[in-house]
Design a protein. Structure first.
Length: 135
């Protein structure tokens, strides 16, 4: 029969999320002058991003980036978020990269410089079991 003549080899499922955006773009597009991964990572910090290897390897036309419609559907587009959100996320991502390049001292500095929103320290207080702990 015709159906039995078709043989498909199963693929290993791989999932791609925000953290793999730079690697996927570098592998598929190559030249970072063509497309900067940072705005896409910033948009993916606000909007969800998840793709499997079939979509990335077979459905996206990587010669037509960023205009490819499947690429636009799968990878969060910077234009889908408010510009101030993308700018903020981009600056935080750059700060994180610089911190990680600075080693353990940089990570400690980043953690100690975390600022809490105004009034959050007072409202984040646990009053359980006769011990007050601040948040």
């Amino acid at each position: 029969m015709f159906v039995s003549a078709l043989r498909f080899e199963p693929r290993e499922l791989k999932l791609f999320t925000r953290s793999q955006i730079p690697a996927v773009l570098r592998t598929r597009v190559g030249n970072s002058d063509v497309i900067d991964p940072l705005p896409f990572m910033a948009a993916a910090s606000v909007l969800p991003m998840r793709a499997n290897n079939y979509v990335v390897e077979e459905l996206i036309d990587w010669s037509n980036i960023p205009e490819d419609p499947i690429f636009q559907l799968v990878f969060p587009q910077p234009g889908e978020c408010a510009e101030h959100c993308v700018t903020f996320c981009r600056s935080k991502l750059l700060e994180l990269v610089k911190t990680l390049q600075g080693g353990q001292r940089g990570v400690h500095r980043l953690m100690s410089s975390e600022q809490r929103p105004e009034g959050k320290e007072k409202s984040n207080i646990s009053l359980g079991k006769s011990r007050k702990s601040t948040g």
